[in-house]
Design a protein around this ligand. Sequence first.
Ligand code: UFG
Length: 345
Amino acid sequence: MKPSILITGGAGYIGSHTAYLMSQSGYNIIILDTLNHKQSFDHNWATLIKSDFADTKVLKNIFSNYNIKAVMHFAAFIEVGESVKNPLQFYENNVVKTVQLLKVMLEHNVKNFIFSSSCAVYGSPQYLPLTEQHTKNPISPYGKNKLMVEMALEDFNIAYGLNYVNLRYFNAAGAMPQYGLGENHDPETHLIPLVLRAAMENKEFCIFGDNYETKDGSCIRDYVHVWDIAQAHKLALEYLQAGNTSDSFNLGTGEGFSVKEIVMAVEQICCAKINIALKNKRPGDPAILVADPKKASDILGWSTQYSNLDFIIRTAYENENTKNFIQNKSSTQKDKEKSHNYNKI
Ligand code: UFG
């Protein structure tokens, strides 16, 4: 039987890119996803099970019926601002249910776990770029959720021999539209797709705060291409399979771009002038987040191949265009069906 990997949230943004990469690397891919975020999943390279990732019955079935070598856990609530308003849901989904998943894994002797962690575990940087040793002082329930799971994993490693890699993502961006993969959040809150939509639809774009202590007053982030993030998961699994020690790694480029720089880059690529509105700072937004990726490079052998800003924006742009094309096509199809019905009447 082909070795299998269970990927929770594998129909989502980073999860689907990673699932595709792993399917191309010789694994049988089992995706657990509720599809609650209105995303569609129309690919034949994975088995999709539409379910909550902590449904014990479903998990037991999967672990009994497939030769699961590892679990990659992407499923989570991700909006930082929402986590401040609704912490209960976030703790329940991101912490309690993850522990439930780990419990069933251990019962079935599945011992390799790759966790989608976040630079949000660090809180406000005391120095830059952020190394993995930086103090963990998360400032949002979302960041605390990620840190709590990291802490549980450390204890489960000692007590039960569970092997894990925490991958602390900085700002995932870009797409692989040639594989039918891209960023399709609903609602979309992330910077690059929102700036692109403003450019494409001649809509206003809101900058959240322009009086941060940065070169141009807007926030600086480290944008890393989603395909580079997917590659890191593959390397992390190889690292665990080679018997290495459980550990945490930053996934970023080491370079930061301000919100205003992103707007300018999108304007250039789309040949459009974007209408800017200035809004208040978003709660929980540190001024600058930039990774030191040296540890992932030294230990996992990871390097970013796709993360130059131009490629990130161009692939995200292509994804937005592809989505519009599909939407227009399906509404034309619906119009045709409507007119067909009228004809019948
Ligand atoms: N921004 C705007 N206007 C917008 C949207 C975003 O100015 O309409 C700004 C934000 O204030 C921030 C930057 O663009 O300064 C990037 O914002 P994103 O929402 O794209 O990304 P975040 O940095 O907030 O979030 C990312 C991940 C989270 C993770 C977080 C850790 O998407 O999952 O980093 O800090 F938790």
